[in-house]
Design a protein around this ligand. Structure first.
Ligand code: SAH
Ligand code: SF4
Length: 400
């Protein structure tokens, strides 16, 4: 989501003549787009901002923009702590980024016509901003505000613009992306419409919430081959008691039920897990470990719980750092082999691969596949899988 926001902000800067560079010495302006979901992320952004002090001193005309969720959370105190900072652009105001640039007086007027997006094989399209949930550990609703679904006509137009620029895959984005609703256009309806756009070969999305996987969605997956057979569904914990403390709105059993139905429809699942949420006992943690076995995840991103100021869980008694470290190490050890095992299970299958280079691409289930002969980038190739090494599948040479 932040990558998509960064692209959106960059379009406004490029409409004012900016071009991209990754060399700090060459840059006239730096845009730092930030995350605050865990303390560590915010820390990294702030320490980078601190290091820019010297860069700015070398040429005081240089411009620093601090944007995104940490900017939203810290607000005006940023300019007091970092007086050399020019623009603070919080996550809630991303739609008004162009006005923010105008008001700063630091940029020339924007071009009248919107710029075409940079051509990419896979393009992000934000369909929903904000979040209406109140998971007790999470700072997102306070820094991104309540849900706002973008009008479906606008989404389709943007997806079509990307497809015209060469995108073959569209990734729809939102914090509870499958809760999308615009009038009578449901999430499933939107998925079908996006996949009908000429040139679009595959549609992905992130992050869905387990509660919104409806029967309608299951039908759509079965009927629409362009929907990627990979879903990232954050579970957070395998213990119903902890899920209730987190206010996730589902039980372990319901989560597993949804996952099984989606797997029966051919989907591969990855997830997010938080270890050491306040009150998590050894028994709760063991339930997370057994859930990992039962759910047959393709991969799991595991995080130590990080208290976020102003969230309900921040009031709760923290578990010791020792316990967090120990549990994270055990969980990481458990999830380490998951991807390799899932890759091994694909031997003998036929995968439809979207080529990202001439001899490597991604299957619908998100597996990386290497082909024995070259194909044009962006083409779809049916590949019989002969063997797997780590997280790479090798397709058989059909002429052998
Ligand atoms: N909207 C998505 C998640 C967004 S945040 C959802 O509801 O699933 C991305 C991930 O960060 C979450 O899935 C969670 O695993 C992690 N996360 C969020 N807040 C956290 C916190 N306070 N401490 C540790 N991890 C956190
Ligand atoms: Fe945060 Fe929960 Fe909203 Fe996801 S659903 S962004 S975890 S509050």
């Amino acid at each position: 989501m932040n990558e998509a926001d960064s692209e959106e902000m960059f379009l406004h800067l490029s409409a004012r003549g900016a071009v991209r560079t990754d060399k700090l010495d060459e840059a006239d302006a730096v845009l730092i787009n930030t995350c605050t979901v865990r303390d560590h992320a915010e820390h990294r952004a702030l320490s980078f901002l601190g290091r820019l002090c010297k860069w700015k001193r070398q040429n005081p005309k240089r411009i620093i923009i601090f944007a995104g969720c940490a900017a939203e959370r810290l607000g005006n105190q940023l300019k007091k702590r970092y007086p050399y900072l020019n623009i603070v652009a919080g996550a809630k105001g991303i739609e008004h980024f162009s006005d923010t640039l105008n008001k700063s007086g630091l940029f020339t007027t924007a071009l009248a016509a919107p710029l075409a997006p940079a051509p990419t094989l896979s393009a992000y399209v934000t369909i929903m901003r904000g979040c209406n949930f109140n998971c007790t550990y999470c700072i997102v609703p306070s820094v991104r505000g309540p849900v706002k679904c973008l009008p479906h006509e606008e989404i389709l137009k943007e997806a079509a613009r990307h497809a015209q620029a060469g995108a073959k895959e569209i990734m729809l984005l939102g914090q509870t992306v499958n809760a999308y609703q615009d009038g009578n256009v449901t999430f499933s309806g939107l998925l079908n419409r996006v996949s009908e756009i000429p040139g679009v070969e595959r549609v992905r999305f992130t992050s869905p919430h387990p509660l919104y996987f409806t029967d309608e969605f299951l039908c759509t997956v079965r009927q629409n081959p362009k929907l990627a057979r990979h879903l990232h569904i954050p579970v957070q914990s395998g213990s119903t008691r902890v899920l209730t403390e987190m206010k996730r709105g589902y039980t372990r059993e319901l989560f597993l039920e949804k996952v099984r139905a989606l797997q029966d429809a051919g989907c591969h699942i990855t997830t997010d897990i938080i270890v050491g949420f306040p009150t998590e006992t050894e028994t709760d943690f063991e339930q997370t470990l057994t859930l990992v076995d039962e759910a047959k995840f393709l991969a799991a991103y595991c995080f130590k719980y990080s208290p976020r100021q102003g969230t309900p869980a921040a009031q709760m008694q923290l578990l010791s750092e020792n316990v967090l470290e120990k549990r994270l190490a055990i969980l990481l050890n458990k999830v380490r082999g998951l991807a390799d095992q899932a890759y091994q299970r694909q031997i003998g299958t036929i995968q439809e691969v979207l080529m990202e280079t001439e001899n490597k691409g991604r299957a619908s289930g998100s597996f990386w596949v290497q082909t024995p002969v070259n194909y044009p980038v962006g083409s779809l190739v049916r590949c019989p899988i002969e063997h797997a090494e780590g997280t790479l599948l090798f397709a058989r040479n059909e002429h052998d």
